[in-house]
Design a protein around this ligand. Structure first.
Ligand SMILES: C[S@@+](CC[C@H](N)C(=O)[O-])C[C@H]1O[C@@H](n2cnc3c(N)ncnc32)[C@H](O)[C@@H]1O
Length: 386
């Protein structure tokens, strides 16, 4: 194992713990979508954590593989009556032989604990551990990832960039139902940019960024930038990305990028992100540099809220959108539905917009911003400029 990974598993730092918290909270939202609903949309669920690490750190703090098992156990322990019969397959992988041995042991112990306490878990969650290079495992399981009857989640928590290339993401974005979290370190982005300036063009094989643009970037903005450029390079209008940046105590900035083809997936990720960062839904630090208390209370509205409010007003003026269009607009701008709802309330109170009902019974103050309306094309209201 590399020195970096060795150090990581000595004891997770605060930034790693927050990354793991994002993974845990997202799984808590993701699992019931596929296992608790009728009618079933998918026959099976497949989770692949392909850079697993050891499973836990030296102090026993759970890493991504054990967290994933734990969240499946929690679902089955509390949802006996709502489980819809879908089977779950979990795949873990690490190419380092020593890491793999520890991972296998940790998963065996955790798997047995989960199965002992929960019969449904024992019967319906199967896991496998591999000890191979990422590319090999990815190729072997590509058929499963491509299957329209399987809901998939892919966790790519590598260091650096070598494996998660534009080509790989293009391939994943074409698969029918793969949600994705991948890790991006801003120092790797800067390093690639520097090396690429010396050795023209190599960076674009990995990440589609422009070295001279990267040179101008503040490290706090790297994940926003990478997210935007990946989106443009992949050019798959229905595959959506959202970033979350994590600053460590020593000032380094790393982060995760979430990807999905499904607006419900994006809604769930943004719910988690805005719970952790109520100002911008994007970072564990002040990404817009706007948290100093201003002299006048009306100026204490976070920048992201102010910007979105102005964009939403323009959108309303131009489109007279219904609830489904506003739902989509909010998510694609990285705004959780709960925040969009508060902003709409605010605009109503200031008499800047008015709500036109499209069906007989419409509840005041309910803007019907949820995937359940979007999925069924259930238009309830239209929003107009006053
Ligand atoms: C950041 S750690 C994973 C941490 C883990 N996700 C967690 O949260 O507990 C990255 C791991 O990826 C493994 N790794 C790096 N490159 C790999 C590759 N090409 N194929 C498979 N595993 C790889 C390393 O051995 C290391 O254990």
């Amino acid at each position: 194992m590399g020195k970096k990974a060795d150090k990581l598993f000595d004891g997770f730092d605060e930034e790693t713990k927050l990354k793991l918290q994002i993974i845990r909270l997202y799984f808590r939202e993701w699992i019931p979508v596929f296992l608790a609903k009728r009618p079933r949309a998918f026959q099976s669920v497949f989770v692949a954590d392909l850079f697993s690490g050891k499973g836990q750190d030296a102090k026993g703090e759970e890493g991504s593989p054990l967290i994933i098992l734990d969240e499946f156990r929690k679902f089955f322990a509390s949802s006996e009556n709502v489980w819809n019969g879908t089977k779950s397959y979990l795949l873990f992988n690490d190419y380092n032989p020593k890491t793999y041995e520890e991972l296998r042991e940790n998963l065996k112990r955790k798997g047995e604990d989960c199965a002992q306490g929960c019969k449904l878990f024992a019967q319906n969650v199967k896991h496998r551990v591999e000890n191979r290079p990422f590319q090999e495992v990815f190729k072997e399981y590509a058929r499963t990832l491509k299957s329209p009857s399987t809901a998939c989640f892919l966790l790519l928590d590598q260091y650096g960039f070598k494996e998660v290339t534009v080509e790989l993401l293009k391939e994943i974005a074409k698969f029918p139902a793969v949600d994705l979290i991948f890790f991006v370190s801003s120092s790797a982005v800067f390093r690639f940019a520097r090396e690429s300036s010396k050795n023209k063009g190599t960076i674009t094989n990995y990440i589609p960024v422009n070295p001279s643009e990267v040179e101008e970037l503040d490290s706090s903005q790297v994940h926003r930038y990478v997210c935007r450029t990946f989106s443009q390079a992949i050019n798959e209008p229905n595959y959506h990305f959202a970033p979350f940046s994590l600053k460590s105590q020593n000032g380094n900035i790393n982060g995760v990028i979430f990807g999905t083809k499904n607006l419900l997936g994006l809604q769930k990720f943004l719910d988690v992100a805005w719970k952790l960062d109520g100002s911008a839904g994007e970072a564990n630090f002040n990404i817009n540099d706007d948290r100093d208390l201003p002299l006048f209370p009306e100026l204490s509205v976070p920048v992201k809220w102010q910007e979105f409010k102005a964009e939403l007003l323009d959108f309303i003026k131009e489109n007279q959108p219904d609830n489904l269009q506003i739902y989509r607009f909010a998510l694609l701008n990285g705004v959780a539905t709960v925040v969009a709802k508060k902003i709409l309330e605010n605009l109503c109170n200031d008499n800047l917009i008015k709500i036109e009902p499209l069906v007989n019974k419409v509840k005041a103050g309910t803007f019907y911003l949820d995937y359940k309306y979007y999925k069924t094309g259930d238009r309830r209201i239209r929003v107009l400029r006053s």
